[in-house]
Design a protein around this ligand. Structure first.
Ligand code: HEM
Length: 426
């Protein structure tokens, strides 16, 4: 390696860190300040070396080109998700991913589409009924119910029952309390004992249901593996099941929550999507997809992806020492004015205008490289099917919009999303 040509990594000074601590320490503010220093920039918290990665090229390098140097390590959710795909590494991860991957391709997803459509029909019926009452609803709860039902139905080929709904939401809530990154201890001090008990009950129920399902159920893939492969222990089936539930529902529901908040502030964009073409047309589908893409640009729910430098590396001509924590941040990349003109504006047309595709590494709400989201196509499909149904049927009037943004393990509205639903085009 030509070390002589390397330049020291730009780092935030002690004053910046002192000011950050004094101001209550919102991590996103510290990161935004580090972003000003360049596509990669560092700071030190005690003994820990942290490197923020936001440049398009460097993001690709860390996530996609050098995944063996910059590894996933000690995942924050391991206490609940065990050795499931999100937290696994090395050879076990490779085997687990290979088993599930075919279920999440376009073809695989079509197997579960009847389940997704059944959940869409349920959500649409609940909103139709609510629109008649004029009540103020917490639509974030509706959206969570929907996304949880989608993944539960796909796993078990059965509808979601209230007891399981309650158990899974409260298990998932324990994860929502994990900070994006815990600078002092490295691990979040959240007690998962109760969440694990609930998760175990829900998993046992799911396994019983999938065993008697008459339609294809994703969980059967795992149960078959458990019957045939020694590595697939009962415990691993439980961990994988919980991983799919947890990775799948909060992310999707939060994205949909942001989307309705953005459309409330930009009613012309809803009108644009509906005017793009009649129901069921490719034009309308493309416009709805652009609403989703633009929402995920502004609010990539998995806004911070930590990596660990297993060995020394070089990023943008700067040395990265072995043992460094890297924070890859789509939230900041997606708001870089050099990559995205007028980055703060909600403008879905960025994704439909001819010849305007983002450069590689500039857009990665689902991550990049081998550890990219397994469920990306599945998530987009379920959101699109729901929006194709709900958008023409309702104008969603947000009441008391949450004042701010929460930056924990996900970037989320800082409070419930309440709305009155107005029926349109009955
Ligand atoms: C809007 C919705 C979603 C977003 C924004 C999202 C985002 C992400 C991101 C950014 C990662 C990579 C994290 C990293 O590299 O550190 C990831 C991983 C993952 N996601 Fe998603 N996700 C979504 C929905 C889903 C759904 C619906 C499922 C499953 C049904 C799912 C399953 C997974 C799994 C299993 C992984 C771990 C993959 C691996 O490490 O091999 N996700 N997701």
């Amino acid at each position: 390696m030509a070390t002589a040509a390397l330049r020291p990594l730009p780092e935030l000074g002690a004053e910046s860190l002192a000011a950050w601590r004094a101001g209550g320490g919102r991590l996103v503010d510290l990161l935004a300040e580090a972003r000003e220093l360049g596509p990669v920039a560092g700071f030190r918290l005690g003994e820990r070396r942290i490197v923020l990665v936001t440049g398009a090229e460097e993001v690709q390098q860390v996530l996609a080109k050098d995944p063996d140097t910059y590894v996933k390590h000690g995942h924050r959710a391991k206490a609940l998700l065990g050795d499931g795909l999100l937290c696994a590494s090395g050879e076990p991860w490779r085997r687990q991913r290979k088993l599930l991957q075919p279920q999440f391709t376009g073809r695989g997803i079509r197997t579960y589409e009847p389940q997704i459509r059944a959940a869409v029909a349920g959500a649409a019926a609940r909103w139709r009924a609510a629109a008649q009452t004029g009540e103020v609803r917490e639509i974030d709860a509706d959206l969570r119910y929907f996304s949880l039902e989608v993944i539960w139905r796909s796993l078990t080929a059965h509808p979601l029952d209230p007891a399981t709904h309650e158990r899974l939401i409260s298990a998932g809530d324990s994860l929502a309390r994990i900070p994006a990154f815990a600078p002092a201890t490295g691990e979040a001090a959240v007690d998962f004992a109760e969440a694990n008990e609930r998760a175990d009950l829900a998993a046992a129920h799911a396994i019983a249901l999938a065993g008697q399902a008459e339609e294809p159920a994703l969980l059967q893939v795992l149960l078959r593996a458990a019957a045939e492969l020694p590595d697939y222990t009962e415990r691993l089936v439980r961990d994988e099941l919980m991983t799919l539930v947890v990775a799948g529902y909060e992310t999707t529901a939060t994205t949909l929550g942001w989307l309705f908040l953005l459309l409330d502030a930009h009613p012309e964009q809803r009108a644009w999507a509906l005017a793009a073409g009649p129901a069921g047309s490719a034009e309308r589908a493309a416009a709805i997809r652009a609403l989703i893409d633009e929402t995920l640009r502004l609010y990539p729910v998995a806004w911070l992806m930590p990596r660990h430098a297993a060995e020394a590396g070089v990023l943008a001509g700067h040395p990265v020492e072995a043992g460094t924590t890297l924070l890859v941040c789509p939230y900041l990349t997606h708001r870089d004015p050099e990559l995205w003109p007028d980055p703060e504006e909600f403008r879905p047309q960025r994704f439909t205008d001819a010849g305007r595709r983002p450069v590689q590494g500039a857009y990665y709400p689902f991550g990049l490289g081998p550890r990219a989201c397994l469920g990306a196509q599945f998530a987009v499909r379920e959101m699109a099917l729901l929006l194709e149904e709900l958008l023409p049927a309702h104008r969603v009037e947000i009441r008391d919009a949450p004042a701010g943004t929460g930056y924990a393990i996900t970037v989320h509205p800082d409070g419930p999303v309440r709305a009155v639903l107005h029926a349109e085009n009955p």
